[in-house]
Ligand binder design. Sequence first.
Ligand code: BES
Ligand code: MN
Ligand code: MN
Length: 455
Amino acid sequence: MSQAHEYVKAHFDQFKSQLFDLLRIPSISTSVDHAGDVQRAAQWLADDLERIGLHPVEIIPTAGHPIVYGEWMGAGLDAKTILIYGHYDVQPALKSDGWINEPFEPEERDGHIYARGSSDDKGQIFTHMKAVESIRANGAKAPVNLKFLIEGEEEIGSTHLADFVAANRDKLQADVCVISDSGMPNSEQPSILYALRGLITMDVEVFGSATDLHSGTYGGSVHNPVQALAEIIAQLHKPDGSVAVPGFYDDVLPLSDEERTELQKTGMSESLWRQTTGAPKQWGEPGFAIHERTGARPTLEINGMAGGYFEPGFKTVLPAKAWAKISCRLVANQDPEVISRLVQNYIMNISPATIRTTVEISEGTRAAFVDIRTPEMQAAIQAFEKGWGKKPVFMREGGSIPVVSDFQSELNAPVILMGFGLNDDGAHGPNEHFMVEMFRKGINTAIYFYEAIGA
Ligand code: BES
Ligand code: MN
Ligand code: MN
């Protein structure tokens, strides 16, 4: 065992308790009330980066939450440079959502660390910090130059990161970017992602009467906006489950037979799907397997809809307004702007004259693809083989990480999606957890990766 790996072994309990400290900070980026906590998490990370020997370490303000940046360039100009990205912001969580422990009071149970952010993404970015600490212990040199870029706005769409990356190309220049912000299907078979989906989001509002009305006096003469919204939403998909928006699939590249065959080997089984979702029966675009629907096909989802009276009891009211939040996962070369317009125009077109509809679209994220035949990917494969004792498989993932396409276009560097989470970690849901063994293997694998890139 190398010195670095010895260090991991000797300090693992300490690493865990440090991670617990980070997890205690409720850095919920979407909540204005937690802006101070987000700032506090940035400071905590900056302090730890400094402690493990990065210099300089900066907390860079943005119009939103700050970016934490730190580097160690001690390997010299001839050595390779790795840019490590992660996010320290988390999704909201309340004990009442169904948590066993308080979401920001971490607890270890049955080999898992339970806390919001444990897997997404504090625990995963921390594996790299502890890998660097272990390599640099006792003043040892790392085989590569290291740059950390840890943002506080990933869960709200990385609002200010694209501009930062574009404006700081020289600062961020690297030979390879590594991102640990995803999961594997199980802890025994390591996997590397080569595709992520893109994302667009929109707010739909439907207005009927000027104010809420008595449903006895006016019911039957006014088009109820909640009903109208339901009618609109019902037209977004065809009865077979495909998206009804004209042109929605036009830019989707079909999967090759070869890729389909390859993906089939690791695809989710019907029984695992049933077990993890708890849903009664599969649904979706015909002609595609579960893993193709979630990894290689675009979708349109209603994330929420509301309107009218929802309190206990009953109110015979004609609500004046209804709203919905809609998002689409994108694939291949679908352009977020183009698809947003298509969906917006379609909704406007099918909206009847009896109501007024608005569709507000936000900036989207492109799907991302990673070339799996690069030397950097070879280094990643080698690292997983050493860390897990098993060759990794390549998979597609349905989630989105906005910065990936920015790294590819602005830095012109390959991206390695080296996730150390598990798909059933419960990210974004109640009782999110990070497997202690994944934390340990993640640190060891990150060390092997830096060594392989440096060699
Ligand atoms: N870590 C996830 C992305 C992810 C999820 C990657 C599952 C691989 C597997 C990330 O934190 C996330 O939740 N992203 C959002 C992006 C959005 C808010 C722009 C997503 O996918 O919904
Ligand atoms: Mn994440
Ligand atoms: Mn997330």
